[in-house]
Design a protein around this ligand. Sequence first.
Ligand SMILES: CC/C=C\C/C=C\C/C=C\CCC/C=C/C(=O)SCCNC(=O)CCNC(=O)[C@H](O)C(C)(C)COP(=O)(O)OP(=O)(O)OC[C@H]1O[C@@H](n2cnc3c(N)ncnc32)[C@H](O)[C@@H]1OP(=O)(O)O
Length: 303
Amino acid sequence: MALLAGLRVPARSLLRAGARLRDAALGRWERAAGGGGDGARSFGSQRVLVEPDAATGVAVMKLWNPPVNSLSLDLLTELVISLEKLENEKTFRGIILTSDLPGIFSAGLDLTEMCGRNPAHYAEYWKALQELWLRLYQTHLVVIAAINGASPAGGCLLALSCDYRVLADNPKFIIGLNETLLGIVAPFWFKDTMINTIGHRATERALQLGLLFRPAEALQVGVVDQVVPEGQVQGAALSAMTQWLAIPDHARQLTKSMMRKATADRLLTQREADIQNFVSFLSRDSIQKALQVYLEKLRQKKG
Ligand SMILES: CC/C=C\C/C=C\C/C=C\CCC/C=C/C(=O)SCCNC(=O)CCNC(=O)[C@H](O)C(C)(C)COP(=O)(O)OP(=O)(O)OC[C@H]1O[C@@H](n2cnc3c(N)ncnc32)[C@H](O)[C@@H]1OP(=O)(O)O
């Protein structure tokens, strides 16, 4: 009940949540895709709903981790599993990554996973995040982010790891790597992902200042590729997908790999050191204190 009390979602969603939790308790759930008629079935886990359309070869992947789609260990794990499943289905060529929560794409890393836990937990958490980034960044599928809500820090990383980004036009839907505002530092592979999208100078400014861009600024700096009216974001993402899927797969995939491999390899060659670096950084008293103060501020915002 305490969890539900924190939600600001309509009763309809709470009912849906209840159904999902029940089904998740029974194991992986499946239900018929609405009106598909092509035999494709939705599948998913407790926090990731996948709506595949076998006719177009495109699956819509929706994040659902109330209240703010923070990237908890569970969500990271479920995302990796869902991605892997789609990659292994030969019928699928593209994914639209979006949120099933109103007004939030993803609040980024789950601060409760990074506060007051033990080093083994921090290591497990970081490894799961690395795993998701490596898979998402390098997947042979076309991934388009339909960003229908706020997308700070790790949420921005998710979007930047896609091939194309469409953002809904609402001034509350801020996007950026704001780690410095929390007193922490974006790791090198977050930084590299942003540099590869908007260039070195714009990244340097954005990272040092912890900039969170509103839609018009995000478009101007290149953090997103398109801004569309709210309600049109998924449609616009699907239209963009048509252009990407018009390219022969082998040529596009080899090009994607050529563009991204060096960046991914940089992490792959030092994964363990990166984990140790994260654990020791996070274990500092000053960092724990800064994160706790930030979390407390978020919690008191409503009070
Ligand atoms: C020398 C060193 C070199 C290298 C460094 C080495 C290693 C690197 C070390 C660390 C790197 C870490 C990288 C971190 C990345 C991250 O992603 S950190 C997370 C950053 N995220 C944010 O700053 C977003 C915070 N949230 C918000 O701004 C807002 O919540 C929102 C805009 C997303 C939504 O606003 P609202 O709709 O108004 O919702 P509320 O603010 O009321 O929140 C509801 C509820 O959710 C809780 N919450 C919000 N965000 C998070 C989160 N990220 N994690 C966990 N919980 C979150 C919030 O506290 C509220 O909780 P309750 O009050 O309901 O309990």
